[in-house]
Design a binder for this molecule. Sequence first.
Ligand code: ATP
Ligand code: AMO
Length: 474
Amino acid sequence: ARRWTSVGAVGPHLIGSDVWVRARVHAVRAKGNLAFVVLRQGCFTVQGVASAPAIPKAMVAFLGKIPSESIVDVEASVASAQVSATTQSTVELAIKKCFIVSKAVPDLPFQIVDASRNENDPKEGEVTVGLDTRLNHRVIDLRTPANQAIMRIRSAVPLLFASYLNDQGFTGVNSPKLLAGSSEGGSSVFKLEYFGRDCCLAQSPQLYKQMLSACADFERVYEIGPVFRAEDSNTRRHLCEFTGLDFEMAIYEHYYEVLDLFGKLFNHIFRTLQNKYGKELELVSQVYPFQPFKFLDKPLRISFAEGIALLREAGVTEEQQGAFDDLSTVNEKILGDLILEKYDTDFYIMDKYPLSIRPFYTMPDPATYKKVPAAEQLSNSYDIFMRGQEICSGAQRIHDHTLLMERVNHCHGDAGHGGPHPDSIKGYTDAFKFGAFPHGGGGVGLERVVMLFLDLTNIRKTSCFPRDPGRLTP
Ligand code: ATP
Ligand code: AMO
């Protein structure tokens, strides 16, 4: 049997042995009796050398003509080599045989070497590939080592999220994505037809994770699944379909129990990425340089009011970048910079947002609810930030049926929230009539976490096949 090896596994320990590899032809140079074939598999490359008369001259010529990106099977013996800039490998392959498994057309939409450069920072005389072209031919774009690395890092996050929460007694669930009504309210919902009835795609697992946690006695649940938002937002951080990492848990004394767990969970994710994904982080930073992500052993927690005070102290005014009754994206970023400077962290939690800007299911802050004017009332809610951008929203939720109905009616009615119609969520609100645990949780956007951990400038880079208002293919 052939001794199959992956390109990444070809190393000095194999010097002198015969191996077979199946890889793409990354680049070929042939001159006279010599052909150099750079073979690429995933994030890794190795140089293959074929020289006559060790192998027939016709074979050398044949190698020189293989279109790049074709897939070949190569039999070779592993030999030591000087580290080359192309492959950064201390070994090379002395090619004995080569068969084409699948031939690529000679005119690719773009070259992998060109797509392996930072399109946001083009250098004089070098070709780069713009994001749209990359996304139009995503299967080719995804072949670049940086993109292979981004997707490996992306794949680690849900795994770490799920395994950490499993260890903490959470049950993984999957809630329906075909819903009779919207869960978050607002207009950002995709509508479709369901056997003659109206139907919409889930904007979040919100109502279901709450019912499972508080009303169906699972207490601690998490869900990893698709989230659909019909937001006509052509920004660098919005997708129309993204992957939600949601969790919900019973709380016993204070919603800080959720924040404590959240902080530990995310520190675990960041540490593991930094400790076990060094190679991938390096491959991304070679193309898209970034500062290592900074986080504290005990994550920083500030209140919304303290956040606003930091902005005011720094001289930011409401006229400049938007009112302080909520925070505009620009103000969030300014705050992120201020916090990095003051506390040396890219990760922090901000809580006690005004009640008026949070969804109907949010628990009002008992100290201010109905005790101060509506505009000054607060809520037991929080947002979580990475490098000054929101990656998670969450809150303690209302578990009392009477209070829940009060807030549902208020948010649907005159509050201008666009909260869902009370009838459309009756199945959810009724669930709270039968006894419900106090609970809280949060929803995280996976693509935002990956984008911000790597400080990428566009969320589309973290989705294999992104969906935005202008893109439904490939
Ligand atoms: P989420 O929707 O997850 O709560 P978000 O960050 O998208 O998170 P939004 O309430 O939708 O929150 O918007 C927050 C900020 O995003 C707003 O301050 C707004 O400035 C900005 N934003 C939203 N849509 C757009 C857009 N189409 N163009 C520019 N900025 C936008
Ligand atoms: P929210 O609407 O803030 O909260 O969404 C939660 C998180 O999802 C991510 N996110 C997005 N990512 C990419 N593209 C989008 N268009 C997009 N919209 C949101 C963000 C955001 O922080 N039910 C609540 C969560 C909860 O309270 O548990 C909710 O959906 O990272």
